[in-house]
Design a protein around this ligand. Structure first.
Ligand code: 6PG
Length: 250
């Protein structure tokens, strides 16, 4: 019988301490993945929370990952040209990809400038080609954030992409006007990862974090609450503010 809490929960005093743990966690998984299978497959999210982690990967932790054996994918992307501020690719490129010796051919950018449906299909083929299997890929590590509404990746509450079970990547048409469309990995991909690492920071997330981590009747209302790797590990790195409404000590 599954307990009230899914995964491991680690609480940190602030985002800085959380980000160092995330970098250390990534370095460790990279090392074991490369030792056992010769490469490390990583999928990263956008948003603001992981930016400090990405900065650390390009600086203090630069030498702690075998970047030449690392394949980098995106969990999601905004359908904008790579040069725009909203681009998750641009952010990662500036923060660490431009500072580490990852091979260009191992950077699997979602091409936001292409028509979303076409690009989602192309990205899926690129993923399949890299993993060399027709099934659902097993990413060694997927880094996820969580929005105030409990979304993760670009899987929003009640959205169609949340129910996708066959495809690896799909386009996302947001209801909000003036916001760019997106492309996202689907829940089956997230739930097939060997390790999923959530990074959640700030008081605005505290209520949803409490629901997801401590209220199994509410957990599944949120896309982030549906992430529960069948064969993999799930770890929540949250700061004290995001943990402020948790009833149990972690
Ligand atoms: C994105 C992310 C998205 C993000 C959450 C949290 O591309 O924006 O995939 O799911 O992780 O919106 O964003 P913050 O870290 O900025 O709160």
């Amino acid at each position: 019988m599954e307990g009230p809490v899914r995964g491991e929960i680690l609480v940190f005093s602030d985002l800085e301490e959380l980000s160092h743990m995330a970098a250390s966690f990534l370095s460790c998984i990279a090392g074991t993945s490369i030792a056992s299978q010769g490469r490390f497959t990583l999928a990263i999210s956008g948003g603001s929370t992981p930016k400090r982690l990405y900065f650390l990967l390009g600086t203090e932790y630069r030498e702690k990952v075998q970047w030449d054996r690392t394949e980098v994918f995106w969990v999601d992307e905004r359908c904008v040209p790579a040069g725009l501020e909203e681009s998750n690719y641009k952010s990662a490129r500036e923060l660490f990809l431009s500072k580490v010796p990852v091979k260009e051919g191992n950077i699997h950018r979602i091409r936001g400038e292409f028509p979303p449906e076409q690009e989602a299909l192309r990205y899926e083929e690129e993923i399949r080609a890299c993993f060399g299997s027709p099934g659902i890929p097993v990413f060694d590590l997927i880094i996820l954030g969580m929005g105030q509404d409990g979304h993760t990746a670009s899987l929003f509450p009640g959205s169609g992409p949340l129910k996708e079970t066959g495809r690896l990547a799909v386009p996302v048409h947001l209801q909000r006007p003036e916001t760019p469309e997106r492309i996202t990995l689907t829940l089956p991909v997230l739930n097939n990862a060997a390790h999923v690492l959530f990074l959640v920071s700030g008081p605005s997330k505290a209520g949803v974090i409490r629901d997801i981590l401590e209220d199994k009747d509410k957990r599944d209302h949120y896309p982030a609450g549906l992430v529960n790797p069948a064969q993999g590990d799930l770890t929540w790195l949250i700061d004290r503010e995001a943990a402020s409404k948790l009833r149990q000590r972690h």
